[in-house]
Design a protein around this ligand. Structure first.
Ligand code: COA
Length: 216
């Protein structure tokens, strides 16, 4: 479920045992500077926390409640945004043990749009990704994005089936991606995948971003 392969890549939801490989990427400032936080993880526990927040979003049951027995109060936790985060590996013929390292991550999430005057200011589905510096320039990000975009409808259906999404009301059309104005490699990936520039905005860290959309 939600796993796919392209001609060179194996793409499947990440699991906690991927943590060391993911930390290797997230500790690298060359990769991390383009991310939401804008800075690298300094310990594997930070990476695990980040992974857990993704896994939790993907798996938490609808309307889960917790009861505090000391005060007899029941709380319903805030509904997490629906998302899936994929671990990407180079495809190897046959069964390889140990399995190849994770060389990239790619996520799809439904999130409130950034305050972008020209793009959609509504809730929207967003694509995000990052690859190990050692594999940059091989076309992997483009290949993975095209693969994931090919499954976008099924991914949305699956996440909505978890009770976490609802496309019926107020969700912007298509798939969106935002990238720093000076992240030319990421913009090249988006354009190669058919995304079109729709506007500029400044993110929470004060960075100038470009907003892209593709109809899928
Ligand atoms: C952006 C990133 C995912 C690209 O991964 P990748 O596997 O190297 O991407 P691809 O090989 O599919 O395509 C990269 C394209 O960018 C182009 N490119 C790379 N550096 C560039 C630069 N400085 N200026 C212009 N284009 C550049 C490449 O030439 C290539 O385009 P081409 O195929 O037309 O020649 C990777 O650099 C990365 O992980 N960066 C750090 C994290 C990040 O930026 N994530 C995105 C946040 S929005």
């Amino acid at each position: 479920m939600l796993s796919l392969q392209t001609s060179r890549l194996d793409i499947r939801p990440l699991v906690l045992s991927d943590a060391e490989d993911i930390f290797e990427m997230r500790r690298n400032p060359e990769i991390a500077k383009w991310g939401m936080a804008g800075k690298a993880d300094t310990s594997i526990s930070q990476t695990i926390d980040w992974m857990l927040s993704s896994l939790l979003s993907a798996e938490s049951p609808k309307n889960a409640t917790t009861t505090d027995t000391t005060t007899a109060t029941t709380t319903t936790p805030e509904k997490p945004a629906p998302k899936v985060l994929f671990a990407i590996r180079e495809l190897q013929p046959g069964t390889v043990i140990p399995e190849p390292k994770v060389i990239g991550t790619m996520g799809i999430k439904r999130s409130a749009a950034p305050s972008c005057p020209t793009g959609s200011n509504r809730v929207r589905w967003e694509l995000g990704y990052g690859f190990h510096t050692g594999v940059w320039g091989k076309g992997y990000a483009t290949e993975a994005a095209k693969g994931v975009m090919g499954q976008f409808k099924e991914i949305k259906r699956t996440l909505e089936g978890n009770g976490e999404g609802n496309d019926a009301v107020g969700v912007a059309e298509g798939l969106w991606a935002a990238t720093a104005e000076n992240n030319l490699a990421s913009q090249a990936v988006l354009r190669k995948c058919g995304f079109e520039f729709v506007g500029k905005f400044v993110d929470e860290l004060g960075r100038k971003n470009l907003d892209f959309q593709v109809l899928v």
